[in-house]
Design a binder for this molecule. Sequence first.
Ligand SMILES: Nc1nc2c(ncn2[C@@H]2O[C@H](COP(=O)(O)OP(=O)(O)OP(=O)(O)O)[C@@H](O)[C@H]2O)c(=O)[nH]1
Length: 388
Amino acid sequence: MFGLFKRKKTEPAPAVTSPQETAEDGTSAEATLDVPADGLGHETAAMPTPGQVEGGANRALPQSEPSRTEAQTAALPDEAPTESAPRKRSWAERLKAGLARTRQNLSGLFGRRRIDEELLEEIETTLLLADCGVEATQWLMDALRRRIKKDGLTDAEQLRDVMAELLTELLLPLQQPLQVEAHQPFIIMVTGVNGAGKTTSIGKLAKYFQSQGKTVLLGAGDTFRAAAREQLVVWGERNGVPVIAQEHGDPAAVAFDAVQAAKARGVDVAIIDTAGRLPTQLHLMEEIAKVRRVIAKAEPGAPHEVLLVLDANIGQNAITQVEAFDKAVGLTGLVLTKLDGTAKGGVIAAIARRCPKPVRFIGVGEGIDDLRPFSAREFVEALLGIER
Ligand SMILES: Nc1nc2c(ncn2[C@@H]2O[C@H](COP(=O)(O)OP(=O)(O)OP(=O)(O)O)[C@@H](O)[C@H]2O)c(=O)[nH]1
């Protein structure tokens, strides 16, 4: 399981309020488990410090709240190099490492040789094997052929820069950073298939927004997998992020409570988790559509962002997932995870051609800082091994 959440297993489990309790902030506090801010610089009047009893509810606090330093250390397990742990690789290095396979395959082709039909066929095959899909590959090859003709290119070495230009042109429209200032609270709903990395990405996103000085609240809407709820609750506890959860809740009810709590507390960003589901599980797709409708009831115009978390290793399946989730909940953005593994990277090109949606963030590992806004240029440079 994701290192970001691993440590929590040794922590005492926070207690849950009794079903009858009602919080002052208007949430139906039925079995609502609400973890307070711990003083990481994000407290507001609506976010009490540890030890305070919130909303008049007899919410039992964890036995010992971690200190600020402990919480930060726990949440950033792999930042500081120690004698036993070597320096962590930079973001660019991790991204490059993740895309090494495709880069090596392409680099082999952009060496010293003449451009001929055989080379172009090899490039085409490499793009297909890199998960670019038929449409994006066709688009890239057509554009490449046009450029070769127009510029009178003869050497394969000249093709690397042309390919970089074309890929950047293809991916640039997907580079649309998520702006959360337009609404308060800005409500984000997170969807995806099982194991794509939703819950762990939410932890990283929370940290990302906190680092931008925003207050964050999480809704543990994955009521199917108890461990997902616990992951969020304990992570929130350690990082000063309130988490709205219900032990045996209905996901729509958790989402509703989370939105109400976010409004009552005046937080900047509310991120609502949902259980993993496959596009073929139609009843579950209907359930997630209901969660979206309930969020809109709690706050007209919300959710302001509906993210699909995609494992970058699933190849063309990504297209099916984008289309199915888009139909069910109206996606506004994507998070592409696990680009550090065996990902080939081309799936972003396939998305750009087949079902373009803003790629808000990409993930290159399990650490807290392994998720960053997508940059088309940075991605293409890592994919093609271009040093600037
Ligand atoms: N290597 C790598 N692993 C990741 C990344 N993001 C998430 N993971 C791992 O993927 C696994 C699944 O992550 P979760 O966050 O539990 O996935 P989920 O989508 O919430 O899963 P469900 O609750 O079952 O739907 C965990 O082991 C994570 O550590 C990433 O960018 N790189």
